[in-house]
Design a protein around this ligand. Sequence first.
Ligand code: ZN
Length: 501
Amino acid sequence: MHAQAGMLASTFTCSHEGVESYLVRVEARLTKGLPGLVIVGLPDTAVREGRERVRSAIRATQCEFPLRRGLVNLSPASRRKVGASFDLAIAVALLAAAGQCEQSSLDGTALLGELGLDGRIRPVAGGLPAARAAGRAGIQRIIVPAQNAAEAAVCPDIQVFCGESLEDVVATINSGFDRPPVVFDGKATAGSVQQSYDVDLSEVRGQPAACRALEVAAAGGHHLLMSGPPGTGKTMLARRLPTILPPMSLQESIETTSIHSIAGMAGPGPLITTRPFRAPHHSTSAAGMVGGGNHPTPGEISLAHNGVLFLDELPEFSPRILNLLREPLQDRRLTLSRSAGKLTLPASFQLVAAMNPCPCGFHASRSKRCECSEAALGRYRSRLSGPLLDRVDMHVVVSSLTFGELSGKPRAPSSRAVRERIVRARQCRNERQHRETADLVAGPLATMLRQAVERLGLSARGIRSIVDVARTIADLDEADAVSSTHLAEALQYRRPPWSQA
Ligand SMILES: [Zn+2]
């Protein structure tokens, strides 16, 4: 090694903001002066505290901690650096500046990992998105903690190496990466493994109308609101929506895993292969719901990306949150305006919401009398704004079970059978690509549609939504054209839940 290597070295690492990872350049310079270490480039407390971990970890190796003044610069300096995942890159850059680590092997290399005082490397959040970001930026290889290797190796554009300790990583670098990279174990992931859920649609008793609505919603990816008294199984139904959705594609699986990885919620395998089901409580804060804050992390709407967001007791959510939901419900993402610029968060979820028909829960119930005043009823319903309800394509009433239904055997079909129908319907849908939309509005069903529009006072968005749902119903029927029966069913889902009972 060249001991007088100019005292300046550099390597790369990754950081993330919202759900997006980006490349960070790490430069280290050693100068004469009192021994010490300064980190610049908008580091937060955890990054600055890395100085102590880096010093101690280097001392734990065969290398010597440079007895000079060290300056580490993280760029771009405009973005705030958060967390402890910079440790490994900082330590290696310092060792390279001191001539103890081969700079030529560091060109085109990114490093990610938190250091323990004994030099061991600890796992970090965001291994997969970091590898993707580095690969996109043209970096050839990334060194990650051993526990993050499987998820990082999913990314095809970059070679992944891993290390247990700083010593180990320095040896890998100085050998010129003279060892095989980690290989992605595709067998253990999406595509080849049937997704498994621990619940099944066949456990649902009665509720044929609600099961049908769930199937239509799943086939078209339509947002659904269920209204009914407590104890009618709205939550049970919602939990079974992911089980009838088509299996995740590899791309969807990578997207969802990246988001969960940044949130520090990666699962046991390298990839998440079952669709997420997120059910935040109505007391969840706006930041918890959408992400955000000074250093945004993924919120519930992003954690539900490519899966289901279940909001029980919808009118109990704060008006602010219900307003924030309007954009993702329509555009499948959320854009936050911040002082540092715009931040786009992925939020392609399918909404299933549930509500009681009134504050006491028993309006129009067969089992109990509603004791709510007209005024209380009006206030309760007005919590759901028109623009929000307008974006929920389907409304369905879930009524109390009769004694016969309660004591009967499970009657709903299995999730697998329904999923097969849905996969077929979605294939039809993809082949058609919405070209019937105009036909239906102008075709023989136009009169029926126009009358409904006048009766229900529908917006343009409402009309599009009805046509879309009618098309989905025709797809489930494997019908080429939308019939009046299909349209009638779609129209029925459009009425507000309290006018259906
Ligand atoms: Zn009531």
